[in-house]
Design a protein around this ligand. Structure first.
Ligand code: 6PG
Length: 234
């Protein structure tokens, strides 16, 4: 069951969900890229008790944490450095030593926290690439086929930045209690229609996100929702 919300301020709606789950001491998997920056900046200015929450990452570029392409760096600048008071625990993907090493290390860290089985993030944030990718699960990549590991290395990214990646696997995305996509901009409209339209295109990785027991919500601005049939988004 997918809920599509077309909003004037999808970043604000995402910020509200992040705040709510953080206040409850939840485990939140952060997404990278540029779209979520506004949501992170908004939630950083809200009155949130971060002290019991833990931030994880859905994917990371294989660069140093202070490299401008690092998802961790974007979260640090947009959110962590702006929080006054207690900060959340942060479990970044140590991806700078290579995709496979990074994936193995993150898998160990996830199992240490969540035990066996697939970790059930309280909130898992995702963006959408213009090619329909989410996290670092790119169209046609073998990482999409992984059904037992929690994280894998991606040697060839399907879009810029052209660096290897570490990504959570599809079973982990689908184990989350709440999956929240945040998508904005006309350049995403075609991918939104492919991934979240009435006849999803399975070659768009985001169309494969279907939480086993959790909820799936797609927050959209009007431009990103432009190619959805009228009435499909509320
Ligand atoms: C990443 C992200 C990726 C992102 C999409 C959309 O590492 O790049 O995790 O999946 O969400 O590429 O990125 P933008 O928000 O920058 O368009």
């Amino acid at each position: 069951m997918i809920e599509r919300l077309v909003l004037d301020d999808p970043a604000g709606a995402a910020a509200e969900r992040i705040a709510s789950v953080a206040n409850a001491g939840g485990h939140i998997a952060m997404t990278g890229g540029e779209t979520p920056r506004a949501a992170y900046e908004q939630v950083a200015s809200m009155d949130v008790d971060w002290s019991r929450s833990t931030l994880w990452f859905g994917d990371e570029r294989c660069v140093a944490p202070e490299d401008e392409r690092s998802n961790y760096r974007m979260v640090r600048i947009a959110l962590l450095d702006r929080i006054s008071g207690h900060v959340p625990a942060v479990r970044r993907m140590v991806a700078e030593h290579g995709p496979h090493e990074g994936a193995a290390a993150y898998e160990t860290e996830l199992r240490g926290e969540f035990g066996n089985g697939f970790p059930e993030f309280d909130l898992l944030l995702l963006g959408l690439g213009p090619d329909g990718h989410c996290a670092s699960l790119f169209p046609g990549d073998q990482a999409l086929e992984e059904r037992s590991r929690l994280a894998v290395g991606v040697e060839q990214s399907g879009l810029a930045p052209w660096v290897p990646r570490v990504t959570l696997t599809l079973p982990v995305l689908n184990a989350a209690r709440e999956v929240l996509f945040l998508v904005a901009g006309a350049e995403k409209a075609a991918a939104v229609a492919r991934a979240f339209g009435p006849r999803p295109d399975p070659s768009a990785p985001a169309s494969l996100v279907a939480p086993t027991a959790g909820t799936l919500t797609v927050l959209l601005d009007r431009a990103a929702a432009e190619l959805l049939p009228v009435g499909l988004g509320s």
